[in-house]
Design a protein around this ligand. Structure first.
Ligand SMILES: Nc1ncnc2c1ncn2[C@@H]1O[C@H](COP(=O)(O)OP(=O)(O)OP(=O)(O)O)[C@@H](O)[C@H]1O
Length: 768
């Protein structure tokens, strides 16, 4: 490195230091009430193990302020390369204080914590927390080692010595608490019997941990032994990155309360709190090679540190913009606990601990970035002053509240004694059993309904197949009989499910009628408050559960109906295609043979064409779609794939005409409908199957009934009467249809297709 370059670099560093020095002294800022968070960085020395791998440190501290993080990819064996400019990944940072590996515990204590004690004794809150990757030196800084105690012990020693000096004029109380947050659970390190603790916000005290043990600190020795005991209980484990890695965040709190000895009950009490926090190490899972529970711990630690980072970012934004910014304190227990320290009434010091080891470059870089960001947080502090009157008033109200509770409990106890037979447990069990039964019955009904739907789908598909097979091979063909038998089997299964639904519905009705009886029984048994309210609440809750089950059931049922309709539409479209094919083939047949079709057939075909055309124009699509949406009657016609053969007026003396390519077994049959049919609203239900069965059993042809001309589309026309009576054109359609039906015996398909058009079709023509 050239001399000129080195000079330039030195100048830059001096300039940075100058900037920092010309800034308002943070300590005086803090003492005035408003200040930025104080951020210090502490670099530890390389451990023996690390030196054996690579003894060149990546971190260098200049002028107690500036930290330089070198790029590990550079050749560190060349001394002059260390400060080479413009390294690709080399970073420089300036902090309020930067401690090199040579700084001892006292130096760190002097600059970061000692000055806070004055404030705590004057009724201010303060927090010092150590942040950094695992193994970076946080515990060493906060707790320290036997021969080099850390900030926690040093602070207590200072507090006691200051109190001693002032105890002539003032009464002091020093309280101590020590907790850890492990896997998002708060535990009391001074009272291991306490399980988990809750963090709350108290309007007067700010963030508090409910139930946390606060011991009176009587002497430095007492404090030291308490902290040591707490440390032993703290969760720490061996990890790849640190032999005794702290797996939890540890929070030691010192509360100092004091008042003037000479003042009476109206004396002002100053309450100052100092929190000293040793955070668990931030770590990259890949680095620590942790598995199982260690990995979960790591995830929780990182989660809370991430939450801390988010809070720091949001607080910086709030400081920069000056506006209202949401601070996500509630994202973790740690940030909830640090709420006062970061954004509230607190003077805060962050000590970012970093490792100089080559292998820790990424972690060190992250920590420095984090710390650099935190410099921008501003806090506003005010003194905590309460007077004795305040305390007395507060205690009086608490005592009154407790008295009321006790007398209420006493009264309840007396009434309980007067009613030895009252057994609320018994009634609760009865309620629960009853509603379990209700829920079970509902479930069974729903299951049966679902089964029916599923089978109906299958049956409908088989029915359609049957139509095709009958049209092609005849109704007595082996294939048709096989399908028919299958359909019959499905029909029986549906019937059995229907029976089950009937039984269960009756049972459910019974159960529902029994509900009010519970209240009658409770009244008869003389259940009194608060038990009665509890039982009523339980009943209400269960009824609401049942209602929600019922809504769910209806919703599912509606979905099934929609699915079924979609399927019917598909099948209808198939049928229409089939019809068109047959008509086309029939016409082709006559054309190919160069013979004119029988007059009746050509007339019928012509009429059918006219009818189709008429339909195509009679109801504009737009209107149809409107009525489809709005009118349940028209909508319901969608469900009318075919008119029942039995309802079609049958012409006299008809003979069968098979579709081209199909085998005709029906020469002797004067009229036949090969198609089992469905009516409006009709699923392939057992009723319908009876009809199919009836058709099948007919070995002799029947005489067709006279067409009913007033009811244009047979006896089932009531289904379509809305259309025919309200629309003259539709009546015309009906007449045309009947004309065709008179001349040709057919299996008509009739209904609305997906495009909303009214359609009719022939599957099989029977010669007159
Ligand atoms: N400033 C220092 N001087 C000398 N040794 C140090 C210093 N800082 C840390 N060490 C040593 O480095 C090792 C790791 O430090 P420490 O346990 O404090 O890390 P940590 O950040 O608390 O790790 P973890 O998050 O895993 O608990 C320890 O052996 C400790 O003695």
């Amino acid at each position: 490195m050239s001399v000129r370059k080195e000079d330039k670099r030195k100048k830059e560093i001096d300039k940075k230091s100058e900037i920092l020095e010309t800034e308002d002294d943070h300590i005086s800022q803090m003492q005035q009430g408003a200040s930025k968070i104080l951020v210090a960085v502490r670099a530890r020395p390389l451990t023996k193990k690390e030196s054996a791998i690579n003894d060149k440190p990546l971190v260098h501290v200049l002028e107690d302020k500036v930290v330089i993080l070198l790029d590990p990819s550079e050749d560190l064996s060349v001394p002059e390369e260390i400060f080479r400019q413009n390294r690709s990944r080399e970073k420089q940072y300036a902090f309020d204080y930067s401690f090199s590996k040579d700084c001892n515990q006292d130096m760190v204590y002097e600059k970061t914590t000692k000055f806070l004690i004055e404030g705590v004794l004057n009724g201010f809150n303060a927090t010092v927390f150590a942040y950094g990757a695992t193994g970076a030196g946080k515990t060493y800084t906060m707790i320290g080692e036997f021969d080099s105690p850390g900030l926690m012990l040093k602070t207590f020693l200072e507090v006691f010595s200051r109190i001693e000096a002032l105890s002539g004029q003032r009464d002091y109380i020093v309280k101590l608490s020590y907790l850890e947050i492990y896997n998002e659970i708060v535990r009391d390190l001074l009272n291991p019997s306490m399980e988990t603790l809750e963090i709350r916000e108290d309007p007067a005290k700010g963030v508090i941990v409910a139930g946390l043990n606060e011991i009176l600190a009587t002497s430095p020795e007492h404090v030291i032994s308490s902290i040591r005991n707490g440390n032993r209980r703290r969760t720490s484990e061996y990890t790849e990155a640190n032999e005794t890695s702290s797996r939890s965040h540890a929070v030691l709190q010192i509360v100092v309360e004091h008042k003037d000895k000479a003042s009476g009950v109206n004396a002002e009490i100053l309450v100052g709190k100092l929190s000293l926090i040793d955070l668990a190490g931030s770590e990259r899972a890949s680095n620590t090679k942790n598995r199982g529970i260690r990995l979960i711990e790591g995830a929780n630690i990182n989660r809370s540190l991430l939450a801390l980072g988010n809070c720091i970012n949001a607080l910086c934004e709030a400081s920069e913009k000056g506006g209202k910014v949401y601070i996500p304190y509630r994202d973790s227990k740690l940030t909830r606990l640090l709420k006062d320290s970061l954004g509230g009434n607190c003077r805060t010091v962050m000590i970012a601990c970093i490792s100089p080891f080559v292998g820790a470059f990424e972690d060190t870089h992250n920590t420095l970035t984090y710390a650099n960001r935190a410099k921008n947080i501003k806090t506003t502090v005010h003194r905590n002053v309460v007077n004795v009157q305040f305390h007395i008033a507060k205690y009086t109200s608490i005592i009154n509240q407790l008295r009321n509770e006790v007398s209420e409990l006493r009264a309840q106890l007396i009434s309980k004694k007067a009613e030895p037979s009252m057994n609320i447990e018994k009634f609760l069990i009865e309620l629960s059993t009853h509603f379990q039964e209700e829920a079970e019955t509902r479930k069974n009904i729903f299951q049966s309904e679902q089964n029916i739907s599923q089978i109906s789908f299958t049956m409908f598909a088989r029915q359609f197949e049957l139509e095709k097979v009958v049209a092609e091979k005849g109704e007595k063909s082996a294939q048709a009989i096989k399908i028919y038998d299958e359909i019959n089997l499905l029909k029986n299964t549906i019937e059995s499910h229907e029976r089950q639904i009937t039984i269960n519905s009756g049972f459910l009705e019974d159960l529902e009628q029994r509900r009010p009886k519970f209240e009658e029984i409770w009244n008869r048994q003389g259940i009194t408050e608060p038990y009665l309210s509890q039982l009523h609440l339980e009943l209400k809750k269960n009824i609401m559960n049942m209602n929600s089950l019922e809504i769910q059931r209806k919703e599912n049922k509606a979905q099934l109906v929609i699915k079924k309709k979609d399927m019917y539409i598909k099948i209808l479209e198939e049928q229409l295609k089939l019809r068109d094919n047959i008509i086309g083939n029939t016409q082709q047949f006559f054309q190919d043979k160069s013979i004119p079709p029988p007059t009746a057939i050509s007339k019928a075909l012509k009429e059918l064409k006219t009818w189709d055309e008429l339909n195509a124009h009679s109801i504009p699509d737009e209107n149809l779609s409107k009525s489809f949406k709005g009118s349940p009657k028209i909508k319901s016609n969608m469900m009318l794939p075919q008119l029942s053969n039995s309802r079609i007026p049958k012409p006299k003396g008809s003979i069968s005409l098979s579709p081209i390519g199909g085998k005709s077994n029906n020469k002797a049959i004067k009229h036949i409908s090969p198609t089992p049919t469905l009516r409006k609203h009709e699923d392939p239900s057992p009723m319908k199957m009876k009809e199919i069965s009836h058709i099948r059993s007919k070995s002799k042809p029947k005489r067709a009934a006279k067409p009913n001309r007033t009811n244009s589309i047979g006896s089932n026309s009531s289904d379509l009467s809305t259309i025919s009576s309200s629309n003259e054109k539709k009546t015309k359609q009906g007449r045309l249809y009947n004309n065709i039906a008179e001349k040709i015996s057919l299996s008509p398909y009739i209904g609305f297709a997906r495009d909303g058009k009214f359609r009719g079709g022939l599957l099989k023509l029977n010669k007159l």
